[in-house]
Ligand binder design. Sequence first.
Ligand code: AMP
Length: 412
Amino acid sequence: MGFDDLGLHPSITDTLQTLKYSEPTEVQQQVIPHVLAGSDVLAGAQTGTGKTAAFVLPIVHRLLQQQEAAKLSALILVPTRELALQVYKSVQAYSKGTTIRSAIAYGGVSIGAQVDEFKKGVDILVATPGRLIDHLFKGTLDASQINTLVFDEADRMLDMGFMDEIKMILKRLPKHRQTLLFSATLDDAIFKLSKTLLNSPQVIEVHERNSVATPVEQIVYNIDTDRKREFISYLIGSKNWQQVLVFTRTKQGADALAKEMKKDGLAAESIHGDKSQGARERALEEFKQGKVRVLVATDVAARGLDIRQLKYVVNYELPYIAEDYIHRIGRTGRAGEDGLAISLLGQEEAYLLEEIEAILDTRLNQQWFPGFEPDFTKAPVVEKKNSKAAQKRRAKQRAFGQTTGNKRRRSK
Ligand code: AMP
């Protein structure tokens, strides 16, 4: 199937040709016809599948057919600033050469500049919930004409506790509208949310539930926790990897690791929620340009990161929330490019790997790297029962219903 077969406006197919998109991805083939037909859609699709174009292209098509003066008719809600920027860039790319106007609204930056943009007229707005509410309450945005509402990465919105904000926003939008809900994982929480948001939706799942986008190769190295840093620098250096995204669990961990890697002679930077928007964008841009070789990130900061041809993702520490593993490794292997996801497994993290394997429904091969074999005579670093880390982990797992993770998920 080609883009021509989807009946999209010629201006869009021309743009896609320039972007060298030769054919629609699976999620695009399945979702676009339903959106064009006006149906609500619930789509299970991870990043890297081409999901953004699956909702942006039909929105652009509809606007091109209407050819009315700019009025806010499509709202795309996303959980993080990074994803907002990413989606906004896609909207701009897909509507290039048309008169369609798009804008972006996220927190952490001046609200005035956003208001000035709105005054010029907006057709499509990409927004994070908090800042959108600010605009709705201040009356700096007219939401009365919105006829298409998109939730992107809805699972992450729920994870981040945006339910109250979502309810507030819905109260201010027209009841009669088309709603599209995209989520990397389709689980009970998402189905419950979809019941309140969607009207007889078409349900589309492009991959098996909770499977990772192929063809990412996954390797798990058993390693002593106190040798992880030395090992990762050695691996990157000796294999001459150029663009490596490394995940840590904490902001402090990300900063410390980037600092240590710099000492090892690697151009490394960290991104996380405590850094200013400007610093995050700068680090990301330098990473994309190849000036920064290793980007160390926390899960939230890396959400929405889209780097075409990113080959290497390293889990320096396994995530407490097993689904985050899927999000992390979804940063590589995007749109059919191959990728490699390496996980460094300390002895004390074995239970986290089990939870990941349970949701992937597969076992991941564990191996030793010559010269970095784990020393099993060493006692594993055990988390102190009531340490801050243990309390934080338990709270997080409770929030995600993972306290009995393995059993609950396996019995599904
Ligand atoms: P997404 O899953 O929306 O984050 O998209 C992942 C990447 O795939 C982005 O870099 C897109 O530019 C790219 N992409 C989306 N659709 C296609 C397509 N049909 N052909 C080639 N690349 C695509």
